[in-house]
Design a protein around this ligand. Structure first.
Ligand SMILES: Cc1ncc(COP(=O)(O)O)c(C=O)c1O
Length: 373
């Protein structure tokens, strides 16, 4: 049902093994076609479309997203990517010297830099709670670090370097019991796991649609609880400043709105694949493929339940290489796209499973790796 049969639905080059849906996603052709339709609609009469017709179409996209992630559409605004969404929140808050922000050692590199910026600009203190990897019990490692003197917790839903699913419902509940607001970096979660944003009540939840929701690139969102909306402004202040949260984010200047407008078609595409069968396929594939690769690397696969990615440590005697050189060896010599990740001074390989992948691709990767051991 999946694998090579559905790969022609993606524009991916046919002569490569693509095991890296996680980095930037890959947009299916029907979604690209929908995006192109919206671009032609805009360009048919740019002034009429952007000046008068845009809003109802944006509302349609917002409603489709809200239904998919179980949120109130009035909490949802679009941004270009998760990096922008996280920066938007971090740079909206009124920081004072000495304010404490908690994140973990699994935080995404660009978010770490955004926190570094706050440290440089406002002299806030950024604390990195050490969560082990692999980790059976994230809560025991993390909750003792969440104390009432924190101003904010920045927590991943699914971690980027290590592909761990964090129990964010419990983390949010506990942080709120301590009086601390929570910003969730959900870059990888939409499309991969069920989201119940309305129920979870994160103060802010930032998600990407262009990864596992298979939207066109440049489509992400921020969900902001009503009490924080008056404080949350786009990074780009524009005409609608002080006209309300939704209005400010609807217009941040002239841009290509097509990836946002084509979001309902991306959600429809996922539904047409079958949300449940496709998730089942991806989870089985990452488990089987991960097992094959782990055996080749003489290590064990610790797969976070529900996650379509797996991070495995590379052998000790590969640690002297640069991640780029190992990546380029796999890509240039073997046409295998897979990220090599440097995390906490060690090199790892992270595989992804998307419905266009097949088990034989992980077998090929394992053989190539074994040939170099
Ligand atoms: C956890 C996490 N946060 C943020 C991002 C940034 O996403 P984007 O490049 O779409 O801004 C990523 C990208 O992989 C990520 O894994």
């Amino acid at each position: 049902m999946f694998g090579a049969r559905v790969r022609p639905l993606w524009a991916l080059a046919t002569d490569c093994i693509f095991l890296n849906h996680g980095s930037f996603g890959a947009t299916p052709i029907p979604v690209l076609q929908a995006q192109s339709h919206w671009q032609r609609e805009i360009e048919g009469q740019p002034v009429a479309f952007l000046g008068q017709e845009l809003l109802p179409h944006l509302e349609r996209a917002r409603s489709a997203l809200a239904a998919f992630i179980e949120d109130d559409p009035r909490n949802l605004v679009f941004v270009e990517n998760a990096t922008t969404g996280i920066n938007t929140v971090l740079r909206s808050l009124p920081w004072q010297a000495g304010d404490k922000i908690l994140t973990t050692n699994h935080v995404y590199g660009a978010v770490r830099q955004a926190l570094q910026f706050l440290r440089d600009r406002y002299s806030v203190e950024v604390i990195f709670a050490p969560v082990p990897f692999p980790c059976q019990d994230v809560l025991s490692a993390l909750l003792p670090w969440i104390t009432p003197e924190l101003k904010l917790v920045v927590i991943d839903h699914i971690t980027s370097p290590t592909a761990l699913l964090f129990p964010i419902r419990e983390i949010i509940t506990y942080a709120h019991s301590q009086g601390v607001p929570v910003l969730v970096d959900g870059a990888h979660a939409p499309g991969m796991v069920d989201l119940h944003l309305g129920e979870w009540g994160a103060d802010w939840y930032v998600g990407n649609c262009h990864k596992w929701l298979c939207s066109a690139k440049g489509c992400a969102f921020i969900s902001t609880q009503p009490q924080w909306q008056p404080l949350t402004h786009p990074l780009t202040i524009s005409h609608a400043y002080h006209q309300g949260y939704l209005q400010e984010f609807n217009w941040m200047g002239t841009r290509d709105f097509s990836s946002w407008l084509a979001l309902p078609e991306a959600i429809e595409f996922l539904r047409s694949l079958g949300i449940s069968p496709s998730r089942h396929y991806n989870r089985s594939l990452i488990a089987e493929g991960g097992h094959i690769l782990a055996t080749a690397l003489a290590t064990k696969a610790h797969i976070s339940p529900q996650v379509f990615m797996l991070t495995l440590p590379l052998p000790d005697d590969w640690q002297c290489h640069s991640p780029q050189s190992l990546h380029d060896w796999l890509w240039r010599e073997h046409r295998i796209e897979v990220p090599i990740i440097s995390w906490q001074d060690r090199l790892y390989i992270r595989i992804s499973a998307q419905v266009y992948n097949e088990l034989r691709e992980y077998e090929t990767l394992a053989q190539v790796i074994e040939s170099r051991l």
